[in-house]
Design a protein around this ligand. Sequence first.
Ligand SMILES: [Zn+2]
Length: 236
Amino acid sequence: MAVAARDGGSGDGRRPPRSARPEAAGTRAAAPRTPGSPRQARSPKQRRDGRRQPQRVRVPVSGTGRFTTAPAAASAARFSGAARTVRYAVDVEGGLPFDAAVFAAQVQRILNDPRSWGHGGRVRFVRVAHGPVAFRVSLASPALTDRLCAPLVTGGELSCRSGNRSVINARRWGQGAVTYGPDLASYREYVVNHEVGHALGHGHEQCPGRGRRAPVMVQQTKSLQGCRINPWPFPG
Ligand SMILES: [Zn+2]
Protein backbone atom coordinates (compact mmCIF):
# COMPACT_ATOMS: atom_id res chain seq x y z
CA MET A 1 0.00 0.00 0.00
CA ALA A 2 1.39 3.35 -0.95
CA VAL A 3 0.15 6.32 0.97
CA ALA A 4 1.55 9.77 0.68
CA ALA A 5 2.99 11.40 3.74
CA ARG A 6 0.93 14.01 5.45
CA ASP A 7 1.83 16.94 7.53
CA GLY A 8 0.34 16.01 10.84
CA GLY A 9 0.98 19.43 12.26
CA SER A 10 -1.49 21.40 10.22
CA GLY A 11 -4.32 20.88 12.68
CA ASP A 12 -6.79 22.21 10.17
CA GLY A 13 -9.54 19.82 11.16
CA ARG A 14 -10.37 18.94 7.57
CA ARG A 15 -8.71 15.58 7.66
CA PRO A 16 -10.66 13.17 9.84
CA PRO A 17 -8.86 9.83 10.05
CA ARG A 18 -10.39 7.00 8.04
CA SER A 19 -10.55 5.15 11.26
CA ALA A 20 -8.61 5.17 14.42
CA ARG A 21 -8.29 3.09 17.50
CA PRO A 22 -7.87 4.55 20.93
CA GLU A 23 -5.75 2.87 23.51
CA ALA A 24 -6.78 2.57 27.07
CA ALA A 25 -5.69 5.05 29.62
CA GLY A 26 -4.94 3.20 32.79
CA THR A 27 -4.95 5.37 35.86
CA ARG A 28 -1.66 7.21 35.67
CA ALA A 29 -1.99 10.80 36.80
CA ALA A 30 -1.27 13.46 34.24
CA ALA A 31 2.33 14.57 34.05
CA PRO A 32 3.07 18.11 35.13
CA ARG A 33 2.68 20.67 32.43
CA THR A 34 6.09 21.81 31.41
CA PRO A 35 5.66 23.38 27.99
CA GLY A 36 8.94 24.26 26.40
CA SER A 37 10.99 22.99 29.27
CA PRO A 38 11.27 19.22 29.09
CA ARG A 39 13.07 17.76 32.03
CA GLN A 40 14.60 14.39 32.50
CA ALA A 41 14.04 12.47 35.68
CA ARG A 42 16.74 10.01 36.57
CA SER A 43 15.47 6.68 37.70
CA PRO A 44 17.27 5.37 40.76
CA LYS A 45 17.25 1.88 39.26
CA GLN A 46 18.35 1.34 35.71
CA ARG A 47 17.76 -2.39 35.65
CA ARG A 48 14.35 -3.96 35.93
CA ASP A 49 13.14 -7.40 35.01
CA GLY A 50 16.59 -8.45 33.94
CA ARG A 51 17.15 -5.77 31.38
CA ARG A 52 18.61 -2.33 31.27
CA GLN A 53 15.91 0.32 31.36
CA PRO A 54 15.88 3.68 29.61
CA GLN A 55 15.60 6.78 31.72
CA ARG A 56 12.09 8.00 32.26
CA VAL A 57 11.54 11.34 30.60
CA ARG A 58 9.01 14.03 31.38
CA VAL A 59 7.30 15.24 28.25
CA PRO A 60 5.70 18.63 27.62
CA VAL A 61 2.02 18.73 26.78
CA SER A 62 2.71 20.38 23.44
CA GLY A 63 5.52 20.37 20.94
CA THR A 64 5.88 22.38 17.77
CA GLY A 65 2.99 20.56 16.11
CA ARG A 66 5.20 19.65 13.16
CA PHE A 67 6.87 16.38 12.35
CA THR A 68 10.38 15.80 11.14
CA THR A 69 10.93 12.58 9.22
CA ALA A 70 13.90 10.58 10.39
CA PRO A 71 16.62 9.71 7.88
CA ALA A 72 16.51 6.37 6.10
CA ALA A 73 18.01 3.47 7.99
CA ALA A 74 21.61 2.80 7.05
CA SER A 75 20.78 -0.89 6.86
CA ALA A 76 18.05 -0.43 4.24
CA ALA A 77 20.17 -1.74 1.39
CA ARG A 78 21.01 -4.94 3.26
CA PHE A 79 17.36 -5.88 3.39
CA SER A 80 16.81 -5.59 -0.34
CA GLY A 81 17.25 -9.34 -0.74
CA ALA A 82 14.64 -10.35 1.83
CA ALA A 83 11.67 -12.32 0.63
CA ARG A 84 9.43 -9.37 1.27
CA THR A 85 10.15 -5.85 2.34
CA VAL A 86 7.79 -3.25 3.74
CA ARG A 87 8.73 0.40 3.52
CA TYR A 88 7.83 2.64 6.39
CA ALA A 89 8.84 6.01 7.80
CA VAL A 90 9.35 7.47 11.26
CA ASP A 91 8.34 10.98 12.28
CA VAL A 92 9.11 12.83 15.48
CA GLU A 93 7.36 16.03 16.47
CA GLY A 94 9.60 19.01 17.15
CA GLY A 95 9.96 20.30 20.66
CA LEU A 96 9.99 16.87 22.32
CA PRO A 97 12.89 15.66 24.48
CA PHE A 98 13.55 12.79 22.07
CA ASP A 99 16.07 12.67 19.24
CA ALA A 100 14.47 11.65 15.95
CA ALA A 101 17.38 9.45 14.90
CA VAL A 102 17.48 7.66 18.25
CA PHE A 103 13.72 7.03 18.25
CA ALA A 104 13.88 5.84 14.66
CA ALA A 105 16.66 3.41 15.49
CA GLN A 106 14.62 2.00 18.37
CA VAL A 107 11.60 1.49 16.11
CA GLN A 108 13.78 -0.14 13.48
CA ARG A 109 15.25 -2.52 16.03
CA ILE A 110 11.83 -3.45 17.40
CA LEU A 111 10.19 -4.06 14.03
CA ASN A 112 13.07 -6.17 12.74
CA ASP A 113 13.38 -8.22 15.92
CA PRO A 114 12.67 -11.89 15.08
CA ARG A 115 9.73 -11.73 17.53
CA SER A 116 8.06 -8.80 15.75
CA TRP A 117 5.77 -8.72 12.70
CA GLY A 118 8.57 -9.78 10.38
CA HIS A 119 8.44 -13.16 12.11
CA GLY A 120 12.05 -14.15 12.01
CA GLY A 121 13.03 -12.19 8.93
CA ARG A 122 10.35 -13.36 6.50
CA VAL A 123 9.42 -9.69 6.18
CA ARG A 124 11.95 -6.92 6.65
CA PHE A 125 10.89 -3.43 7.55
CA VAL A 126 12.85 -0.85 5.62
CA ARG A 127 12.83 2.65 7.02
CA VAL A 128 12.87 5.29 4.32
CA ALA A 129 12.73 9.06 4.40
CA HIS A 130 11.06 9.62 1.04
CA GLY A 131 8.65 7.94 -1.31
CA PRO A 132 5.64 5.75 -0.72
CA VAL A 133 5.35 3.92 2.59
CA ALA A 134 2.96 1.34 4.00
CA PHE A 135 2.77 3.13 7.34
CA ARG A 136 4.37 5.79 9.49
CA VAL A 137 5.36 5.55 13.13
CA SER A 138 4.94 9.01 14.60
CA LEU A 139 6.07 10.16 18.03
CA ALA A 140 3.78 13.00 19.04
CA SER A 141 3.15 15.20 22.07
CA PRO A 142 -0.07 14.62 24.01
CA ALA A 143 -1.63 17.67 22.35
CA LEU A 144 -0.79 16.59 18.81
CA THR A 145 -1.79 13.00 19.57
CA ASP A 146 -5.21 14.23 20.64
CA ARG A 147 -5.57 16.13 17.36
CA LEU A 148 -4.36 13.29 15.14
CA CYS A 149 -6.51 10.70 16.88
CA ALA A 150 -9.71 12.78 16.97
CA PRO A 151 -12.58 12.10 17.00
CA LEU A 152 -11.33 9.42 19.32
CA VAL A 153 -10.64 10.74 22.78
CA THR A 154 -7.04 10.05 23.70
CA GLY A 155 -7.03 12.42 26.65
CA GLY A 156 -3.39 13.41 26.32
CA GLU A 157 -2.45 9.91 27.40
CA LEU A 158 -3.28 7.28 24.83
CA SER A 159 -1.74 6.24 21.55
CA CYS A 160 -3.72 5.31 18.45
CA ARG A 161 -3.59 4.35 14.84
CA SER A 162 -4.95 7.00 12.54
CA GLY A 163 -5.11 6.11 8.87
CA ASN A 164 -1.69 4.71 8.04
CA ARG A 165 -0.08 6.52 10.94
CA SER A 166 0.75 4.73 14.17
CA VAL A 167 0.71 7.60 16.64
CA ILE A 168 2.88 7.00 19.70
CA ASN A 169 2.04 9.33 22.56
CA ALA A 170 5.35 10.78 23.72
CA ARG A 171 4.12 10.98 27.30
CA ARG A 172 3.74 7.23 27.51
CA TRP A 173 6.97 6.73 25.56
CA GLY A 174 8.71 8.75 28.23
CA GLN A 175 6.87 7.43 31.29
CA GLY A 176 5.52 4.00 30.42
CA ALA A 177 2.19 2.50 31.43
CA VAL A 178 0.85 1.22 34.72
CA THR A 179 0.43 -2.38 33.61
CA TYR A 180 4.09 -2.57 32.57
CA GLY A 181 5.22 -1.22 35.92
CA PRO A 182 8.90 -0.30 35.92
CA ASP A 183 9.61 -2.16 32.67
CA LEU A 184 9.67 0.84 30.34
CA ALA A 185 11.82 -0.99 27.77
CA SER A 186 9.17 -3.67 27.29
CA TYR A 187 6.36 -1.12 27.24
CA ARG A 188 8.07 0.66 24.35
CA GLU A 189 8.33 -2.58 22.43
CA TYR A 190 4.66 -3.27 23.13
CA VAL A 191 3.34 0.10 21.97
CA VAL A 192 5.29 0.01 18.71
CA ASN A 193 4.26 -3.55 17.92
CA HIS A 194 0.64 -2.96 18.92
CA GLU A 195 0.11 0.24 16.95
CA VAL A 196 2.00 -1.02 13.91
CA GLY A 197 -0.13 -4.15 14.21
CA HIS A 198 -3.18 -1.97 13.61
CA ALA A 199 -1.48 -0.33 10.65
CA LEU A 200 -0.87 -3.82 9.24
CA GLY A 201 -4.57 -4.62 9.60
CA HIS A 202 -4.72 -6.45 12.93
CA GLY A 203 -7.63 -5.83 15.29
CA HIS A 204 -7.85 -6.24 19.03
CA GLU A 205 -7.67 -9.63 20.68
CA GLN A 206 -8.61 -11.05 24.05
CA CYS A 207 -6.54 -12.78 26.69
CA PRO A 208 -6.78 -16.51 25.88
CA GLY A 209 -6.56 -17.65 29.50
CA ARG A 210 -5.39 -16.66 32.95
CA GLY A 211 -1.62 -16.70 33.29
CA ARG A 212 -1.01 -16.96 29.56
CA ARG A 213 1.02 -14.43 27.64
CA ALA A 214 -1.19 -11.64 26.35
CA PRO A 215 -1.35 -11.45 22.56
CA VAL A 216 0.23 -8.19 21.47
CA MET A 217 -3.12 -7.00 20.12
CA VAL A 218 -4.72 -7.12 23.58
CA GLN A 219 -5.08 -3.58 24.89
CA GLN A 220 -2.52 -4.36 27.53
CA THR A 221 -2.35 -0.87 28.99
CA LYS A 222 -6.09 -1.01 29.75
CA SER A 223 -6.28 -4.46 31.28
CA LEU A 224 -4.24 -7.63 31.00
CA GLN A 225 -7.46 -9.63 31.52
CA GLY A 226 -5.53 -12.08 33.67
CA CYS A 227 -2.76 -12.52 31.13
CA ARG A 228 0.89 -11.60 31.52
CA ILE A 229 2.46 -8.68 29.68
CA ASN A 230 3.92 -9.52 26.29
CA PRO A 231 5.26 -6.99 23.81
CA TRP A 232 5.72 -9.34 20.84
CA PRO A 233 3.53 -10.77 18.08
CA PHE A 234 5.67 -13.93 17.97
CA PRO A 235 7.26 -14.23 21.40
CA GLY A 236 8.56 -17.74 20.66
ZN1 LIG B 1 -5.18 -1.01 19.86
